[in-house]
Design a protein around this ligand. Structure first.
Ligand code: NAI
Ligand code: SOE
Length: 379
């Protein structure tokens, strides 16, 4: 059995929790083909590194990611720092011969994403980006129904990703609040997840037409002072975009942090020639399905509860309530399996760079009030 020793960079924050759970569960949810050792947790300072490592059960800690990446006894570098620092750390890790897992979005700019993609293509390591939602068992079921023809050809995809973290009375904090702090905006931060899901399930997005909120200084961005707004240090905090897919399907997307009452609601409906499917992250253990082939007197949506007959559902009994930790583990388990079997990670850096190109197209379209072809967007 292989042993894989992981170093996590930025492990004292939100994703430090999720990935620590994910790495611990990865060999449990299915045979990942390797023993995973949570070797080193790296943080910005020694005290934060030590307390996080002890709480989250990592063997060692450090405040120097460069020194950790240089170590021979580290196989995987797991980057969970804010997006503005992903490129520097990921490229250094790939050049040091490490396998690299990096959180989404791959970076904050298309230019950095392309540099990361080029570094991944030059190396023989496995790289993967943390678009976790695509690994949920419900999404795997939908993907399988697309691949085996049950749903037919995709026609229309409508997705919402809504949160209340910036609703009036609440403010965005830390790096997410400002461009200068390394924030990626609502399109990069949460919109990237629905772009990833659309690309995975429906296919590549050909062009976009977008409107985004908070890009102009008059916008009512609750967490910025007037000076900050005037200085332009603000990010999109609500976005709407339409898409044409390369296979002829069409789509509409909404992402916002203004949605009072919405707690991480990632929702979509996908209509296909063979039927319609609905997914809601707030009900992760089920999907709704209507098939055109159903008898006319039985047409309508049925609820399928995920169970042991479904790929990526790992409990021996259905309806156990899978959630965020299961999902974190599934993506890391598949990453480990890719390393063991010498296959590319999914989504890899090329796919995540394509998502970054779509994000950039959304921004350009919002600025120019025009449809933007994704392939024509340059860094
Ligand atoms: P966070 O702010 O909670 O944690 C980031 C950590 O990185 C902090 O503890 C900070 O001290 C540390 N850090 C920053 N620079 C560092 C450096 N040079 N060396 C060592 N440590 C450093 O941020 P959060 O929410 O964990 O987000 C991190 C990444 O994960 C982002 O890319 C974000 O988009 C992504 N994310 C993904 C989620 C998902 O569901 N896939 C959920 C939340 C975040
Ligand atoms: C934003 O609030 C956030 O934490 C994103 O950064 C994650 O990617 C998303 O899955 C949950 O929400």
């Amino acid at each position: 059995m292989n042993e894989i020793r992981v170093a996590i960079i930025g492990g004292g924050g939100f994703m430090g929790y999720a990935h620590s759970l994910g790495w611990a569960l990865a060999p449990i949810t299915a045979d990942a083909g390797a023993v995973v050792r949570k070797a080193v947790l790296v943080e910005a300072d020694e005290e934060r590194a030590k307390s996080a490592a002890q709480r989250l059960n990592w063997e060692e800690w450090s405040d120097d990611w460069r020194a950790v990446i240089a170590r021979d006894d580290i196989d995987v570098v797991d980057i969970v720092t804010p997006p503005g620092s992903h490129a520097e750390i990921a490229v250094a890790a790939l050049q040091a011969g490490k396998h690299v897992f990096v959180e989404k979005p791959i970076s904050n700019t298309l230019q950095d994403a392309e540099i990361m993609q080029a570094a991944a293509e030059k190396s023989s390591s496995v790289s993967q980006v943390g678009f976790n939602y695509r690994h949920a068992a419900a999404i795997t079921l939908i993907k399988n129904m697309l691949d085996d023809g049950t749903l037919g050809h995709p026609l229309q995809f409508r997705a919402h990703y809504t949160q209340d973290v910036g609703a009036l009375g609440r403010v965005l904090s830390g790096w997410r609040a400002k461009k200068s702090a390394g924030g990626s905006g609502v399109t990069g931060d949460i919109g990237s997840h629905i772009i990833d899901l659309a690309s995975y399930l429906v296919g590549d997005i050909e062009s976009v037409n977008a409107i985004v909120g908070a890009k102009n200084p008059k916008s009512n961005t609750a967490w910025l002072s007037d000076e900050e707004r005037k200085a332009g240090d603000h990010l999109d905090d609500a976005a709407l975009w339409m898409t044409k897919f390369e296979n002829g399907a069409i789509g509409s997307f909404a992402a916002t942090v203004y949605a009072s009452g919405r707690k991480n609601r990632l929702f979509f409906e996908l209509e296909c020639t063979g039927g319609t499917v609905e997914f809601d992250w707030n009900h992760t253990d089920e999907i709704k399905l209507s098939l055109v082939s159903d008898d006319p007197d039985k047409q309508g949506f049925r609820t399928i509860t995920l169970n042991e007959n479904h790929q990526d559902y790992w409990y021996p009994l259905g309806g156990m309530g899978t959630g965020y930790a299961d999902d974190a583990s599934l993506q890391l388990q598949k990453f480990v399996r890719a390393i063991v079997e010498g296959r590319p990670g999914t989504p890899g850096f090329a796919e995540a760079t394509r998502t970054q190109r779509v994000i950039e197209a959304v921004m350009q379209s919002a600025d120019n009030h025009q449809w933007v072809a994704v392939d024509e967007v340059t860094a």
